[in-house]
Ligand binder design. Structure first.
Ligand code: C2E
Ligand code: MG
Ligand code: MG
Length: 361
């Protein structure tokens, strides 16, 4: 027994692969047999990582590490499965390990900054807010995108520090805009861990008390899986956030939690339709229509994410979508370019009639 629920099993002198598979199948059979305890039938599932080795070639510690990497891969792939170690898997793991080490340093050295992507109101054609998206300025690799590091930060807990950094940068930026008379909104992504962290409310309240705090202009984006769990606690937290003057949106809406009961329970300002639905238009039309109706019912703004074509834009306009965001309007940009991008988008709309927000190009 290596840990609470972790066990190591060593098979010696296995003559063939077939024999090895046989042994593993036996093991799985034994584990999957239900147990009756106090008239309750219990069953457990198991994730298994397997490494095979010749003791003359690889020492035991190294073999254990390989098995551990395979176990990690089994868990990553969704648990309840057997995964064999491979050289490719080892290489992937090493790369991930390296990024993890580099990320620690990157957080210390503050190698992160924000890009901003405009969000446009369909009716007025004006940019109403921007979303802050974190970027890593890697010393040798250049700009690294969040899909390469957010999940590692989540797993290791580094997201709490990174998220805090993003929150601070975002709030300071929103306050600077407010001070200069610019009333544009700003959305900040919150990770599930960050939402659970008690320090979040403290930070938010610190900014809310600042004299430059743009009341109602900072939006926090959470994903549906944040809302799984103790609904009473979540409700209290969301209410506290709203009282302070922040709004809340559900990011990647439609891809996470299938239980929609939370929609009526929590007060949500905005639903951001996941970009996968927009990419599948017009096939996904009925789903988007449904979300639009839902949004109207609960009084939430509906934002379509990942709008890439005029067709998608037209469809969304015709079906009454409130706001849009996507490469068709603008990719996320550096702060130095943001002013010009917004001016351009706003000017285009004053020239053209709806829905041709971006046809002037
Ligand atoms: P998200 O919050 O759903 O952000 C939208 C992502 O879609 C962004 O990717 C954006 O660049 C991309 N995108 C925008 N328009 C289009 C389009 O028209 N087509 C396509 N294909 N993609 C588009 P990005 O910046 O790479 O961020 C990826 C994800 O990483 C974000 O998804 C968000 O979940 C996460 N993320 C980014 N910054 C932060 C952060 O500061 N904190 C946390 N917790 N997560 C963050
Ligand atoms: Mg987002
Ligand atoms: Mg999204």
């Amino acid at each position: 027994r290596l840990g609470g629920d972790e066990f190591l099993i060593v098979f010696e002198d296995i003559p063939s692969d077939a024999r090895f598979s046989f042994e593993i199948d036996n093991l799985l059979d034994a584990i999957s047999k239900p147990i009756t305890h106090d008239a309750t039938r219990l069953s457990v599932t198991v994730s298994m990582g397997v490494a095979t080795f010749l003791p003359r070639v690889l020492d035991f510690t190294a073999a254990m590490r390989q098995a551990d990497i395979a176990l990690y891969a089994a868990k990553q792939a969704g648990r309840n499965r057997v995964t064999f170690f491979s050289e490719a898997m080892g290489a992937r793991f090493e790369a991930r390990d390296r990024i993890e080490i580099e990320l620690k340093q990157a957080i210390e050295k503050e190698q992160f900054f924000l890009h901003f992507q405009p969000r446009v109101n369909m009716k007025s054609g004006q940019v109403v807010s921007v979303e802050a998206l974190v970027r890593w300025q890697h010393p040798t690799r250049g700009l690294v995108m969040p899909n390469e590091f957010i999940s590692i930060c989540e797993e290791t807990g580094m997201i709490e520090e990174l998220g805090q950094m993003v929150l601070e940068k975002g709030c300071w930026q929103a306050m600077a805009w407010h001070r200069s008379g610019n009333d544009i909104g700003l959305s900040i992504n919150l990770s599930p861990r960050q939402f659970d962290d008690d320090r979040l409310l403290k930070s938010l309240s610190k900014f809310a008390q600042h004299r430059d705090f743009p009341y109602g202009k900072i939006e926090l984006e959470i994903t549906e899986n944040v809302l799984i769990g103790d609904h009473e606690q979540i409700e209290l937290k969301l209410e506290a956030i709203a009282r302070m003057g922040y709004s809340v949106s559900i990011d990647d809406f439609g891809t996470g939690y299938s239980n929609l009961s939370y929609i009526s329970r929590f007060s949500l300002n905005c639903l951001k339709v996941d970009q996968s639905f927009i990419a599948q238009l017009p096939k996904s039309g009925p789903i988007i229509d449904l979300i639009l109706t839902l949004g109207k019912q609960i009084g939430a703004t509906i934002v379509a994410e990942g709008v890439e074509t005029q067709h998608q834009l037209d469809w969304l306009y015709d079906h009454g979508c409130d706001q849009v965001q996507g490469y068709f309007l603008s990719p996320p940009v550096h702060i130095d370019r943001l002013g010009a991008v917004i001016e351009n988008l706003n000017a285009m709309r004053s020239k053209a009639s709806a829905p041709s927000i971006a046809t002037g190009t």
